[in-house]
Design a binder for this molecule. Structure first.
Ligand code: SAM
Length: 225
């Protein structure tokens, strides 16, 4: 008899995507679809050689260009706040490793993802192709969004902004939500901006997180790092 699927997901510290999903449930993530997607997505695909053994630890890990793959709890929390549904149109700002985009895609979302660092984008694109994720990507400044495919049901910003980007708000559909960390360079509050009508928005706050800075026209100035 073959080994169970779970065994093949294990890294050499013995942890797996299933363990990670259980840990996140204990930490308060309660969207079953999100937990199921985390349990079935192999985070080790998205972390560099040398960190694979820590792929299922609940921690942010370094990737190229001085950036990070976000902590799994943060990814789960933001994804849950986005209320993902099958066929949902989502814009992600900050492709990074590609893990967040792949998770949204597994949840049935149509994903557009923008990254400003060419090296990261190329690696993420190769991963998407290798593992069969259909995700539209672009190199550029995501702080101003991706107007061509707007409006989006959800916009998720995976880098910390100095303020809520009005361009990203404009690209939401009515009923759509923007999940964005806003604050200082090193620590931010997570905000959800829900579009109620053409010109009405509801803003709620969801606790403190730490992200690398969003650099761009509606983000931080590159020289001010
Ligand atoms: N979502 C990523 C993942 O799953 O690995 C996490 C990404 S990391 C925390 C934030 C990313 O945002 C970095 O790759 C960084 O280069 C990118 N970034 C920062 N400012 C950006 C901007 N204006 N437009 C697009 N990407 C940006």
């Amino acid at each position: 008899m073959g080994k169970p699927m779970q065994a093949r997901h294990r890294t050499c510290n013995g942890l797996s995507s299933q363990h990670l999903a259980e840990e996140l449930r204990l930490k308060g993530i309660d969207n079953e679809m999100v937990l199921k997607a985390i349990a079935s997505l192999r985070r080790e695909w998205f972390v560099p050689e040398g960190f694979k053994t820590r792929a299922y630890d609940n921690e942010a890990l370094p990737i190229a260009c001085g950036q990070t793959i976000s902590q799994p709890y943060t990814v789960a929390r933001m994804t849950q706040l986005l209320n993902p549904f099958e066929g949902m149109k989502v814009l992600e700002v900050g492709t990074g490793s590609g893990y967040q985009a792949a998770l949204l895609s597994l949840l049935g979302a149509q994903v557009w993802s923008i990254e400003r660092m060419p090296e990261l984008l190329e690696t993420a694109r190769n991963r998407f192709e290798e593992h069969g994720f259909k995700i539209a990507t672009r190199l550029g400044d995501g702080s101003v969004g991706w107007n061509e495919f707007a409006p989006y049901d959800g916009v998720i910003v995976t880098a910390g902004a100095p303020k809520i980007s009005s361009s990203l708000m404009d690209q939401l559909s009515v009923g759509g939500q923007l999940v964005i960390p806003v604050g200082e360079k090193k620590r931010q509050q997570l905000f959800v901006v829900r579009r109620l009508s053409d010109d009405e928005f509801d803003v709620t706050e969801h606790g403190e997180f730490r992200f690398v800075p969003l650099i761009g026209k509606r983000g931080w100035d590159e020289t001010a790092r």
